[in-house]
Design a protein around this ligand. Structure first.
Ligand SMILES: O=P(O)(O)O[C@H]1O[C@H](CO)[C@@H](O)[C@H]1O
Ligand SMILES: O=c1cc[nH]c(=O)[nH]1
Length: 236
């Protein structure tokens, strides 16, 4: 047990999938895991452990933003002994290459600005996806026929920003595909703890065109991402 998690030590598998949204965590656990067990309800940040093809896998909701994310992930790495983390998030597209409802695999992630969440400066580790997880994701996404692209993503601290989409101009010029609010922190904290990480996000809106998916269709939208994350997890 930790201040934010009521699960017993040993309740989490080595590999943990990390959606932000607790409803997504529950849907993924109930849809894809055999014998899923809810192991954390504290603050509604649902956590589950079950089996996928006979192998224990956990799913833990991390909430929104770096501050919330780092609490759950720190405890998973430091107290529960997680070794492989796969974020199954959502993102906003910054380019036509990352189509609405498709999957963006984060090959590298940068913070939105130098001031962005001082937390980024706390972790000095080289920050990026685990090369084997990334290679597995690219191979399996192609094999499964999943509509995806891979590249740079931006990690923002603020969803409703007074400057609006203009603030992403530099990132777009650098070729960024999409924005989320946790990936850069995932890569840094995983590096700090010597764990393996990969972030993939389904595109739920387009920052340029203002196209937006409906929340009610969203769980279904996550089928490809969930399958891919689980295929990588059982192979890792
Ligand atoms: O859907 P999740 O995984 O929470 O990810 C994205 O959605 C939230 C914003 O709506 C942020 O957490 C962002 O990173
Ligand atoms: O962080 C996020 C996630 C989804 N859509 C956005 O615009 N930003």
């Amino acid at each position: 047990m930790t201040p934010h998690n009521e699960a017993d030590k040993g309740a989490y598998a080595d590999t943990v999938l990390l959606p932000g949204d607790p409803q997504r965590a529950e849907w993924m656990a109930q849809t894809f895991l055999e014998a899923p067990r809810c192991i954390n309800r504290r603050r509604g940040a649902l956590g589950f452990t079950g089996l996928f093809r006979g192998r224990p896998i956990s799913i833990q909701a991390t909430g929104i933003g770096v501050s919330s994310f780092l609490i759950y992930v720190h405890e998973l790495l430091d107290y529960y002994g997680a070794r492989t983390l796969i974020r199954t998030g959502t993102c906003g597209s910054l380019t036509a290459k990352a189509k609405l409802r498709s999957l963006v695999i984060s090959q590298s992630a940068q913070a939105e600005s130098a001031q962005s969440g001082q937390v980024f400066g706390l972790y000095k580790a080289v920050a990026g996806p685990d090369p084997a997880l990334l290679a597995s994701a690219l191979t399996k996404a192609a094999e499964l026929g999943i509509d995806h692209c891979a590249g740079l993503t931006v990690c923002s601290d603020i969803f409703y920003h007074p400057e609006g989409r203009v603030r992403f101009a530099d990132a777009q010029a650098a070729g960024a595909l999409a924005v989320d609010m946790e990936t850069s922190a995932l890569y840094r904290i995983a590096g700090h703890f010597g764990a393996r990480a990969l972030s993939m996000c389904t595109v739920v809106d387009n920052i340029e065109t203002d196209e937006l998916t409906d929340y009610r269709e969203r769980q279904e939208l996550f089928t490809d991402m969930s399958r891919l994350a689980l295929e990588i997890a059982v192979d890792s």
